[in-house]
Design a protein around this ligand. Structure first.
Ligand SMILES: Nc1nc2c(ncn2[C@@H]2O[C@H](COP(=O)(O)OP(=O)(O)OP(=O)(O)O)[C@@H](O)[C@H]2O)c(=O)[nH]1
Ligand SMILES: [Mg+2]
Length: 345
């Protein structure tokens, strides 16, 4: 399925039905009183979370989604029917923003959100009958509809984000530790949209991992695939920062590590003013050296020694399975709060 994580649409609630102006006319009643009924309520536009969705692909960009208007009131005190609500299904994790960028709702916390209320129906002339005015000639119009542009933004809900350069082995790792089966290949930018996988660490202890496209130096300026998809790991508690260690070159590996962190930092700077933004550069990281099946034990030791003391590291191979259990254990301790604060930079 196509993955769409941002869409702009227009929504409009239903306007209220007008109240009726009408008088009773019956053969045996010479001067019938006012009997204009009230107009019906307009329908609401409601956003509702559907667990079966994981993309905004079903929304047509810039389309107008309108609820039904209330029906007009009629004579004989007939009230107009209420307009039907329009329910729009969204995936969990959708952030709803106004055209100006204000967060109206976060569909992580709420299951349902009324984004545009239908107008109330107007009162019919029967309502305005009083001792001084036995035959009111006026009725109320219905309340107008509410219309607005909305920006829907999907932020996937994951506990752990895997970040790293293209080819670091991110997709290979997620396919090793979960049932996710993303495409894996030895060229950069194989992954174009995020993948989620559920990792079962122990009985009743599962967490969701997100594998995202690779980042490269300059990504914040749009180099490579840019940094758009970083929003999908904004809500994660911890990052697995995966670094291809197969070169065995400590300097190159340190530089790669630094380049990714610089991009996180720049992304934070660019988004700092955005309402509801959670910075990424301060998120705890577990630094993981990948592809160690291609290294000697001595090379692995040298690497770990180099980084020791300033970051929490682990050396793994998704191919041989080396240290994969330890990785799951460490990440799960963090996700379930037993080791908060130990990771970090
Ligand atoms: N030897 C070895 N090769 C690996 C390991 N993990 C991944 N690879 C290889 O590295 C290449 C890239 O792997 P991917 O998992 O596609 O890398 P990625 O980080 O998802 O790459 P992008 O999606 O392009 O960002 C593939 O050819 C994998 O087979 C490993 O542990 N050992
Ligand atoms: Mg990949």
């Amino acid at each position: 399925m196509k993955f769409i994580d941002e869409v702009e649409i227009e929504v409009a609630s239903g306007k209220g039905g007008a109240g009726a102006v009408s008088f009773r006319r019956e053969a045996m009643v010479p001067r019938g009183g006012p009997d204009g009924g009230d107009g019906g309520r307009g329908g609401d536009v409601v956003l509702r979370v559907s667990r079966n969705l994981n993309s905004l692909v079903d929304f047509r960009p810039r389309k107008r989604y309108a609820a039904e208007a209330g029906h007009n009131g009629e004579g004989s005190l007939c009230k107009g029917a209420d307009g039907k609500d329009l329910v729009l299904q969204v995936p969990a994790g959708t952030v709803v923003r106004s055209a100006e960028g204000h967060v109206l709702a976060d569909m992580t916390e709420s299951e349902q959100f009324v984004v545009a209320r239908g107008g109330r129906g107007g009162k019919g002339n029967a309502f305005f009958k009083s001792s001084v005015n036995q035959a009111p000639e006026h009725a109320q119009p219905g309340e107008p509809a509410q219309e607005m542009m909305l920006r829907l933004e999907l932020k996937l809900i994951a506990d752990v984000g895997i970040i790293g350069l293209p080819n670091a082995g991110k997709s290979t790792l997620i396919s090793r530790i979960s049932a996710a089966r993303p495409k894996i290949a030895d060229y950069p930018f194989t992954t174009l949209t995020p993948n989620l996988g559920v990792v079962r660490a122990a009985e009743f202890k599962s967490f969701v991992v997100a594998d995202i496209p690779g980042l490269i130096k300059g990504a914040h300026r749009g180099v490579g695939l840019g940094t758009q998809f970083l929003r999908h790991i904004e809500r994660t508690r911890v990052f697995i920062h995966l670094i291809d260690a197969s070169s065995g070159q400590i300097e190159e590996i340190s530089q790669n590590y630094q380049d990714i962190n610089d991009e996180l930092y720049k992304y934070d700077e660019l988004n700092a003013d955005k309402e509801g933004f959670f910075p990424l550069s301060t998120r705890p990281q577990l630094v993981v050296f990948s592809k160690i099946d291609t290294l000697t034990d001595q090379q692995v030791q040298d690497l770990s020694r180099e980084f020791a003391g300033w970051v929490s590291t682990l050396a793994i191979s998704a191919v041989s399975g080396k240290n994969i259990d330890r990785l799951i254990h460490k990440v799960s301790e963090f996700v379930f709060g037993e080791e908060r604060g130990e990771l970090g930079r």
